[in-house]
Design a protein around this ligand. Structure first.
Ligand code: ADP
Ligand code: NA
Length: 328
């Protein structure tokens, strides 16, 4: 049987990936490309649901693409592309909007969360309908599975509903994708407030992989822990220490139980120092590779074009069927 097809996207808004982006998403992308037919995209169309500076958006898109390559996404084994370069996403997105009920779209909780600050009157209609563009991102490739976190579950349910609706109205056209719960996906916590998820929007508690190694090491060494001294993995009562163990384990490939034994009789300082060393050992060559890729924008542009062509070969086939079924 053919390898199952997966689709995943990442927004280009981040400058440097933070540790959580890498361990929680990109590392899994790299792992999945071997036994999946993987389609990975930088979702710049999603980025414009909030206002973007065009120059910055362009630079961030190149940077995100370069970081994915540097992290190990292999354009020969995966299809790595930029969403706006494959217009079928937006074309299918419109079709999908037209078979979505307004009430159904209105039940997507992320719009309420994301528009809460400015008020929904100031949010764009694109922010309201972006889950439907996400539906198109998935269905246009006939993806069998989509790696999803808890916050994306509702959108995958919408994807399945719309695929089934289209199939029953117009004849079987789309693969109905399954959620793909990625095992061992680390949830990385904020280093200064280990009750929160690490995020680029909380920059003081985040580790940015393109930062200077000294800055990275300092961030880890000044991580907030607790008033005890014993290194134990207990996310509920010792979130800071457990977070450091998760990070160290992820970068050294060691399981947390065996790591804990190493720190018997040692304090938190040793754990922090080792975590710092392990992150820097990854971040240094990563940053060097990103710099190399950025120094050759023509090659980056060539890779993006080749990725878009590979993606479009699939996307245009799906869209042609959709248009024909709908009477266009
Ligand atoms: P940020 O919170 O930095 O803005 P995004 O929301 O853009 O990150 O997320 C990009 C990807 O990285 C998503 O797949 C998300 O699940 C993952 N991710 C982000 N932060 C973390 C984290 N702290 N732990 C695990 N995964 C994370
Ligand atoms: Na976020």
């Amino acid at each position: 049987a053919a390898a199952p097809r997966v689709l995943s996207g990442i927004q280009p808004t981040a400058g440097s990936f933070q540790l959580g982006n890498y361990l929680g998403a990109v590392k899994q992308w790299v792992a999945m490309q071997d036994d999946h037919d993987a389609f990975y995209c930088v979702v710049d169309l999603h980025a414009i649901t909030v206002e973007q500076d065009p120059k910055e958006l362009h630079a961030n898109t190149l940077l995100a693409y370069a970081q994915l390559l540097a992290a190990g996404v292999d354009p020969d084994r995966a299809t790595l592309f930029v969403q706006s370069q494959v217009p079928e996403h937006a074309q299918l997105g419109w079709v999908m909007q037209c078979i979505t009920g307004f009430g159904e779209a209105n039940r997507m909780t992320q719009f309420k969360d994301k528009s809460a600050r400015g008020g929904s009157d100031h949010a764009s209609v694109g922010l309201f309908t972006y889950p439907i563009l996400q539906v198109a991102d998935i269905l246009i490739y006939q993806a069998d599975a989509v790696p999803v976190g808890e916050d994306q579950r509702q959108h995958l349910e919408l994807t399945r509903d719309l695929a089934q609706r289209f199939n029953s109205r117009y004849g079987t056209t789309f693969t109905v994708p399954q959620p793909f719960i990625v095992k061992d996906t680390a949830k990385i916590l904020d280093l200064q407030d280990p009750t929160a998820k690490m995020s680029k929007s909380l920059p003081h508690g985040a580790v940015f992989l393109l930062d200077d190694p000294k800055v990275i090491a300092k961030r880890l060494k000044s991580a907030v822990t607790d008033s005890e001294t014993e290194v134990r993995f207990d996310p509920d009562t010792k979130p800071g220490v457990s977070n450091l163990l998760t990070i160290l384990g992820a970068f050294t490939g060691r399981d947390v139980e065996s790591l804990v034994l190493d720190y018997d009789g040692k304090g938190y300082g040793a754990l922090k120092g080792d975590a710092a060393e392990a992150v820097v050992a990854f971040a240094q060559p990563f940053a060097a590779r990103v710099a190399e890729l950025q120094a050759d924008p023509a090659e980056l542009t060539r890779l993006m074009g080749a990725g878009a062509a590979k993606a479009q070969a699939v996307a245009s086939t799906t869209l042609a069927t959709v248009y024909e079924r709908m009477g266009f």
